[in-house]
Ligand binder design. Sequence first.
Ligand code: IPM
Ligand code: MN
Length: 367
Amino acid sequence: MSAAVATETRPRRLALDDRPYRIGVIPGDGTGPEVVGEALKVLDVVRDDAPVELEHFDLGADRYLRTGETLPDEELVRLAGCDAILLGAVGDPRVPPGILERDLLLRIRFELDQYVNLRPIVRYPGVKTLLPHHADADVDMVVVRENSEGLYTGGGGFHRKGTPHEVAVQESINTRHGVERLVWYAFDLAMRPGRRRKVTLVHKTNVLTYAGDLYQRVVDEMAAAFPDVETDYAHVDAACLYLIEDPARFDVIVTDNMFGDIITDLGAVIQGGLGIAAGGNINPQGISMFEPIGGTAPAETGRETINPLAAIGALALLLHELGLAAAADRVDRGVRFAVGKMASMRAGEMGFSTPEVGDLVIEGASS
Ligand code: IPM
Ligand code: MN
């Protein structure tokens, strides 16, 4: 946490007055602006259920190449003044790997203490996936990925870099505070309406005997406090296999930052591709940020080939988190309508242009 913004104590603003919710919009890089544009088109048609105003942020590769800045403190302060953030994607082949990812995306996650990366893995009825043996109802889970520590904190370093005796250390930081608040969130989520009251810890306790042990102990303690929630455990490698063979066994998955990153790409495949996978970086007491999880697809930029449903789904999650349930439901209805109309859901070969998909969602959200 930098001194620039003390966000940890910022209470979540409740809509007690008539002030519209302020949504920060970071279109970002590559195809981010195109898909965010479609999400904003959809937001416009549900405005009567969503009192919001937009605040645009020029952050990403272009700004970095122009000015050398990734995330100046004053922009972070401006972000912290929003009620929620919608992000397109971050990363650009013109910028060395790691700069935008670490100093922009991860910095926002860390500074705003968005400690849960919430990634629903839902298969909308009618979506074609690479797994023909899955029924729609088999794929209905939420991954609660740790989003503020683990291997992502940047701890570590080189010793004797560039020599034959080089040492590279990459540390995984796991705090009791961090694991407890994450696991609590997962159990609480499992109890919410529509969920099946089951939490599966995904880790690698047989090898990562310190971090894994902490996670397992916290899950066991939490299970005692949530007697109605069934708990299960899967090693991360086996979890990959189960996601393909038997996804119905999962309701809420709780896992660390790195494992969560990896398994949610596989999760995207079983829900129909990255073009449909949305997620939220959640600070339950603060400002959350929502994004399509698929990345920037630089080679597709400007070609209108990228499915905007993930960005539109991220908008639905955002509206839901703000408590604007009617607007969120309309967007969700629009997404389901669009899916029903589309012949193929494979990202990049969907048979519809990016704006045509946005128009379908609008048709469904308006009916
Ligand atoms: C994601 C991405 C990011 C991550 C990258 C871009 C830093 O892969 O959101 O899943 O690893 O978290
Ligand atoms: Mn990822």
